[in-house]
Design a protein around this ligand. Structure first.
Ligand code: SAH
Ligand code: SF4
Length: 344
């Protein structure tokens, strides 16, 4: 039997692969269907057919960082910046709960306007609505993470972006890889469900490096892994780069599912930017979460991490209906629970 097929079969039951085995799966283009089907079976066996929807509020596009790939980087003078006020964020969350979302995700650039006091106010008010709350607001101190947790935050997303320290240094000038890892450790210590992930297709990123990323996710026992292609942004220094491709990104999702059977894995918006059926295909290759946008009006367009972001002209109500339709069409169901990580 083909060596790669037996590798996939073994990983489906052992949930373990070596770095060179992962690389061989990335390099191959003949056994991809087997890989995606195996990941889909592992998803079904461990986390079931329910798809958890997380309502995403992009509340500020102001950022003090300068990540080379990102349209929100501070040196980008071409975008109009915005900040949504605390009471308005709470109102958006209320609406999202009205649409049936059981988790709210608050995401922004690293914007110091939102002090611990302001975030405490927002978090505690959203938590009165009986939902899970996820933050994705970047690198903070242990004390800050502790304050958000005490105010009621349940989960935190902070991608390592790449585990290659040399590449990280080039991609995230002025930032420290060690500090990013410290953030992940602190969040675990504080009892958050921790999400991380990487960009796929960064300049000079190798398959070996992507394999290291997946082994890192497993090593830190992340509860959620969000990955997606790097999509070059016109307003950044990486505008002329090729960016990530859909197939490699899908392989990263599938291998992650094989190795981490019971975690939550979103079918990210960036996947759908590269392929009109991107999220559906990803849901059928290991993913079990979707994060529809519940930001309203002009802000949706202005939160421009990368170009071609889907549904920026849509309304939150439409997005909910649209994604629900897609989920039902592939024989899956929208979850009625808050969707914490299932126990192994
Ligand atoms: N400021 C926070 C959260 C917002 S950025 C943080 O950086 O953690 C959220 C994610 O968007 C980043 O982790 C990055 O992986 C992704 N992103 C940024 N620019 C991108 C691009 N050009 N293509 C694809 N994803 C991008
Ligand atoms: Fe800021 Fe996050 Fe974009 Fe980096 S990736 S520039 S931290 S918004």
């Amino acid at each position: 039997m083909n060596k790669l097929i037996s590798l996939i079969q073994r990983a489906e039951y052992s949930h373990s692969l070596s770095k060179s085995e992962i690389v061989s799966l990335f390099k191959d283009n003949d056994c991809t269907e087997e890989l995606f089907k195996a990941a889909d079976r592992v998803r079904k066996k461990y986390v079931g057919d329910d798809v958890h929807l997380r309502g995403l509020i992009e509340f500020s596009n102001i950022c003090k960082r300068n990540c080379m790939y990102c349209g929100l980087r501070r040196d980008n003078k071409n975008i109009k910046r915005y900040r949504i006020q605390p009471d308005e964020i709470i109102r958006l969350a209320e609406k999202a709960v009205g649409y049936g979302y059981k988790t709210i995700v608050m995401q922004s650039g690293e914007d110091d306007y939102y002090t611990v006091d302001k975030l405490r106010y927002i978090i505690s008010n959203i938590k009165k609505m009986d939902v899970a709350l996820t933050l994705s607001i970047g690198e903070k101190t242990f004390e800050e993470y502790k304050a958000y947790k005490e105010a009621g935050a349940d989960r935190y997303l902070i991608r390592i972006e790449t585990t290659d320290p040399v590449l990280y240094k080039k991609m995230d000038p002025g930032m420290s890889h060690e500090n990013r890892k410290r953030c992940l450790r602190d969040l675990k210590t504080l009892g958050y469900e921790v999400g991380t992930g990487c960009l796929i297709g960064l300049p000079e990123q190798s398959f070996e490096s992507l394999a290291d990323d997946i082994l890192f996710f497993k090593d830190i026992d992340a509860d959620m892994i969000g990955v997606g292609p790097f999509i070059p942004n016109e307003d950044t220094p990486l505008k002329d780069e090729t960016g990530g491709d859909f197939l490699t990104s899908l392989k990263v999702v599938a291998v992650t599912r094989l190795l981490m059977p019971n975690i939550n894995i979103p079918a990210t918006t960036a996947m759908e930017t590269l392929n009109p059926r991107g999220r559906t295909i990803t849901l059928q290759s290991g993913a079990n979460v979707v994060m529809p946008n519940v930001t309203e009006g002009v802000y949706r367009k202005l939160y421009a991490l990368y170009p071609g972001k889907i549904c920026t002209g849509d309304t939150p109500a439409n997005c909910k209906n649209c994604i629900t339709g897609k989920i039902v069409t592939i024989g899956r169901a929208v979850s009625a629970s808050k969707g914490f990580r299932v126990k192994a």
